[in-house]
Design a protein. Structure first.
Length: 257
């Protein structure tokens, strides 16, 4: 790939916007933070900061990034930065793309952060089954039903991924949840919890609901990754949302008193 301005590499971004990028980085860090040394984390955080103009993409030189760390009072070596990159590539966090100058000589690399992958440690809840109506004794109805069934056989009987989620679910919440549960029905069920619990909270804006949904989901994921055993994922999420709303209500009462 030919070297150039960062705007030239917009098409490499894996993220909808900077907020989406930050959400994915937070989830990556839950898994990967312990795998980096303190110095390597300094290098990684600097690379993340330089990947903000085009969400998740950086084309700065390694020396520029190392110098920026020094200027911030966080002295690291070039070898530390390169070691961090090797680990990030190994874990699937970053993809490194080589670029070349017009004369064919190699230029500095482009670093492309990858979306957080569905964790194998979290089980996707079983999906609800749909009851099939019983056959009627009417011959014409039975014939019509058979024709419908034949047509349905041509449709793949698979769960729909997150891209098929109802447009009633905010995009920000959908993009976060599908990192773990890439299933439209599951994402909609999580959002239904928010809809029900805030239905009578007239002072809650759409942004308030999104913030509540995202914060609660992140807390649930953190607890699961720290070893919490959960039988009913939706019931557990319901409890987290309820506790947050109860704490908010108590805070309001304290301020009024």
């Amino acid at each position: 790939m030919k070297a150039g301005n960062i705007e030239q590499f917009k098409h490499l971004s894996q993220f909808r916007d900077l907020k989406d990028f930050n959400n994915n980085i937070e989830q990556w860090m839950i898994d990967l933070k312990p795998k980096f040394t303190k110095s390597e984390l300094i290098a990684l955080k600097r690379l993340i900061r330089y990947s903000a103009k085009v969400a998740g993409v950086c084309n700065a030189k390694i020396q520029t990034l190392v110098s920026a760390c020094h200027e911030a009072g966080q002295e690291i070596s070039r070898s530390t930065f390169e070691r961090m990159l090797r680990k990030a590539k190994q874990f699937g966090l970053v993809k490194v793309i080589n670029t070349f100058k017009g004369n064919g000589k190699q230029s500095h690399n482009v670093y492309v952060f990858q979306r957080y992958l569905i964790s194998s440690t979290i089980e996707v809840p079983a999906q609800e089954t749909i009851d099939v109506p019983k056959e009627t004794s009417n011959l014409s109805k039975t014939s019509n039903q058979n024709n419908i069934n034949k047509r349905n056989e041509n449709v793949q009987k698979e769960n729909l991924d997150g891209s098929y989620t109802s447009n009633r679910v905010p995009v920000e919440f959908r993009d976060l949840v599908k990192c773990f549960f890439d299933d439209a029905k599951t994402i909609e069920e999580f959002w239904k919890v928010i809809h029900i619990q805030t239905y009578y909270l007239s002072y809650y804006s759409p942004d308030d609901r999104i913030s509540l949904a995202i914060d609660s989901f992140k807390q649930m994921v953190r607890n699961i990754k720290r070893g919490r055993k959960i039988r009913n994922i939706f019931g557990y999420y319901w409890g987290i949302v309820k506790n947050k709303l109860d704490a908010e209500y108590e805070s309001i009462l304290f301020e009024v008193a």
